[in-house]
Design a protein. Structure first.
Ligand code: ZN
Length: 317
């Protein structure tokens, strides 16, 4: 491979875009952040994506580098084979042929991916799951979603919707999920659900709204109500992860998203709860994500490199 090659990587979220130029060995040579400003509507967001990607390619050339491909990660339902952003609640995409638009504008091979799947790809190949072959990456934030990565490739599913672990049924009589069904994992154990549950039970003590991180903190400080809410969430997560292990038999589960920032307050009790649920299944290693909010952008870069057949990452070590 010639020197100076880079890919243009964008991770488009509901509020911001994380963007980078990344070398084939995974080293990031430039990063940028831009507001998504989704309220402007999908057409304007697409315009910004193309402008930012084009700008990064120009900056690479100005620095004597050669952009060889573009990788773009977006949330929602993504048809990776056709390169279409099918649907997204927070960015407003409806059947946007983002890959073809980018190819037309930049003249570079382009890959489109799903934000959680490419985040899992990055964690499995460059981050906390590195060197372990079979990885389940679980992002726990406002919702819960996962990516199953085997030997460096994330399963997409027949309809682009693999990994929706947040909609595993864990509490049939539980709160209603955003998808319409009661008792889904993310209706019980997402960061948003934990905050809601605490607020509901603490109503009489009239506390201000509390985040999941604060619930974890209060639980650690010995507050009984917070301890109860936190433990309920841990038990539900363990049920979800046990189902994941029954399906995928992975070596490593990597926990990412906002809730994983609770660190050992999450991991220690969750390991114990998962251990209790293992019968004949081998217990996976449960670890925190290593790449933070860079994972999506790095994963978009990996997707771009894969698209042009360049695989020269540190994971071979
Ligand atoms: Zn659901």
């Amino acid at each position: 491979m010639s020197d100076g090659q880079v890919v243009v990587a964008l991770d488009v979220g509901g509020t911001g875009m994380k963007c980078a130029l990344v070398r084939p060995d995974g080293v990031v040579v430039r990063t940028e952040r831009h507001p998504t400003d989704a309220a402007r509507g999908p057409a304007a967001v697409v315009g910004t994506i193309l402008d930012v990607a084009g700008g990064l390619a120009d900056k690479a050339r100005a620095d004597g580098l050669t952009p060889i491909a573009v990788g773009i990660a977006v949330p929602g339902v993504v048809d990776e084979a056709r390169g279409v952003a099918v649907w997204s609640a927070n960015v407003g995409f409806r059947d946007v042929p983002l890959r073809d638009l980018t190819v037309r504008r930049l003249g570079l091979p382009t890959a489109l991916g799903h934000d959680v799947r490419v985040g899992g790809l990055a964690e499995a190949r460059l981050g906390a799951g590195r060197g372990t072959g079979h990885v389940l990456f679980v992002a726990i934030g406002t919702g819960i979603a996962a990516a199953h990565v085997v030997d460096g490739t994330a399963a997409v599913g027949a309809h682009g919707a693999a990994g929706e672990i947040g909609h595993i049924l864990v509490r049939p009589d539980g709160p209603r999920c955003g998808c319409g069904r009661p008792g889904c994992l993310e209706a019980v154990a997402s960061a948003a659900a934990i905050g809601r549950r605490y607020a509901e039970l603490a109503r009489d003590t009239a506390d201000a709204p509390v985040t999941a991180a604060e619930v974890a903190e209060r639980a650690a400080a010995g507050e009984p109500l917070a301890g109860q809410v936190w433990q309920e969430a841990i038990e539900a997560l363990a049920d979800g992860l046990a189902s994941g292990q029954a399906l995928f038999d992975v070596a490593t589960m990597v926990l990412g998203g906002g809730l994983a920032q609770a660190g050992d307050r999450l991991l220690t009790p969750l390991r114990a709860a998962l251990h209790e649920r293992m019968t004949f299944h081998r217990e996976p290693q449960l670890v925190a994500a290593a790449l933070g909010d860079e994972a999506g952008c790095l994963g978009a870069a990996l997707l771009a490199l894969d698209a042009v057949g360049v695989r020269d990452h540190q994971e071979k070590r």
